[in-house]
Design a protein around this ligand. Structure first.
Ligand code: EPZ
Length: 431
């Protein structure tokens, strides 16, 4: 397993181009199962999760090739409907294979994804939606058996749950409904930009979807879908991570490649905190060191357009260095605070009260050996290491590689002192 060593305190200056959005790319890859024609997907990030989804599509029978770096050709001509446990268990997003398999083959057998470190990851809303479309749903020995061969038809579906809408649940139901006769209306649909991106691609393939970007989608089923060429939208979470990095120390980072309109809640919160943020154009934001002027915040994570849970850990690092008391409350994954014990080891002053982190800003963090636990927690630790005094070693960095393409190279190009190595090469005093 790899680790990264970060020597904190170097100012970061320059421009970073963010990659395509992981959470758009994964359902978009799954959507290629909806047609037997070739789909060409561009601006695909080089991530372990993406390569893994490609592996699953191949296992199902699709022809999958990365023709040039970042561009993939996928042809799902002859496919089967079973996604096995040994593949699905490694990536939760594989649940979004259910929808396209039902849409195309009218049946699917997909292993239950299980939970993960950020919390329970139920799929009850997905399954409720499939039932409403006329699919039989059975769960046996860890697998979900979906059978719509008896006849699926459009229906009205309310997809809201105890934590609001479901992103991959919405993706799944859209992909099942686009090839289901009749009209499907999804109320309380997720309207994350990644869902809008998936819908844009499906429209190119010939799907009939109304209400893009809203919580209410109307889908008119069609007979078949065609291949397409589609470019994945920029990753708003990667962009937000680099914007937060720009606010640390004496940094000055220009972040390009993501729609500013996809980051409204983050930018609004940073403005409220008196951060030095300049919007250059619709896809470019400049962030400069602001720790001497930042004000504490109260942040509550919510479904889009609310504050994204995927930026909560990164904001916790920023607030850990902001004078005063900040409160970060997790309404999506109440346990998503695995980064906090590691930040405490670096000198942060944070206590967890239920679903809230009470953050008392300190004037500096100290480098330390820390452990990554999940994708966004590892990003929070990287940010902490960049600003901490001294050396930080982050172990289990494979978590980071799931969602950030070449982040060490991107940070190094901005002036960071960050080195990646195998854990066997760590100095004895760290291991
Ligand atoms: C997507 O996960 C993202 N992953 C997550 O990003 C993101 O944190 C999450 O949406 C919330 O924005 C992908 O898109 C691949 P949900 P998803 O279904 O779809 C509850 C990252 O770091 N719920 O929107 O799995 C659920 O427990 C990852 O990139 C039900 O109760 O999340 C959670 O509390 C982490 N029943 C809330 O809804 C269901 O059937 C939101 O979950 C489904 C979900």
């Amino acid at each position: 397993m790899d680790v990264v060593q970060i020597i904190g305190g170097n100012p970061l200056w320059g421009t970073v181009n963010v990659s395509g959005a992981k959470n758009a790319c994964l359902p978009i890859f799954a959507a290629t199962l909806l047609t037997e024609e070739t789909c060409v997907i561009e601006n695909v990030p080089n991530l372990s999760d993406v390569r893994f989804m490609a592996q699953i599509l191949e296992h199902l029978g699709a022809e999958v090739a990365e023709t040039v770096p970042g561009t993939w050709e996928i042809t799902a001509k002859n496919i089967t409907h079973k996604a096995p446990y040994n593949l699905v268990r490694q990536m939760r997003a594989s649940v979004c294979l259910m929808g396209p398999l039902l849409g195309r083959l009218r049946q699917a057998i997909v292993s239950l994804p299980g939970g993960c470190i950020i919390g329970q990851r139920p799929i009850d809303l997905h399954l409720k939606g499939f039932s409403k479309l006329g699919t039989s749903v059975n769960i046996n020995n860890g697998y979900v058996y979906l059978d719509g061969i008896g006849g699926m038809k459009g229906s009205d579906i309310f997809l809201g749950g105890r934590h609001g809408s479901t992103v991959t649940g919405t993706a799944n139901l859209i992909m099942a409904a686009v090839l289901t006769p009749g009209t499907t209306r999804i109320d309380s649909a997720a309207c994350e930009p990644e869902i809008e991106d998936l819908c844009q691609m499906l429209l190119l393939m010939g799907a009939k979807i109304e209400g893009l970007g809203t919580h209410y989608l109307t889908i008119h089923g069609v007979e078949k879908l065609n291949g397409c060429r589609y470019s994945v939208c920029g990753d708003r979470i990667e962009a937000g991570t680099f914007i937060i990095a720009g606010l640390l120390g004496k940094n000055d980072i220009t972040v390009k490649g993501t729609e500013v309109r996809h980051m409204r809640s983050l930018l609004h919160k940073l403005e409220e905190a008196n951060a030095d943020i300049t919007i250059i154009d619709s896809q470019t934001v400049r962030a400069r060191g602001s720790l001497d002027r930042l004000k504490p915040l109260e942040i509550i994570t919510l479904p889009f357009p609310g504050f994204p849970t995927d930026l909560q850990a990164q904001m916790t690092t920023l607030m850990a260095l902001t004078p005063g008391i900040s409160i970060v409350t997790e309404r999506i994954y109440p346990n998503r605070f695995m980064h906090v014990p590691e930040l405490l080891r670096m000198g942060a002053n944070i206590s967890i009260e239920g679903a809230s982190a009470i953050i008392n800003g300190v004037n500096h963090l100290s480098g330390a050996p820390v452990m990554a636990s999940d994708l966004r927690a590892s990003a929070a630790l990287v940010l902490a290491g960049l600003i901490a005094q001294g050396e930080t070693w982050i172990q289990r960095i494979y978590h980071l590689d799931r969602g950030y393409e070449n982040i060490d190279n991107k940070l190094r190009s901005l002036g960071a002192v960050i080195n990646r190595m195998a854990d066997k090469d760590m100095p004895a005093h760290v291991a």
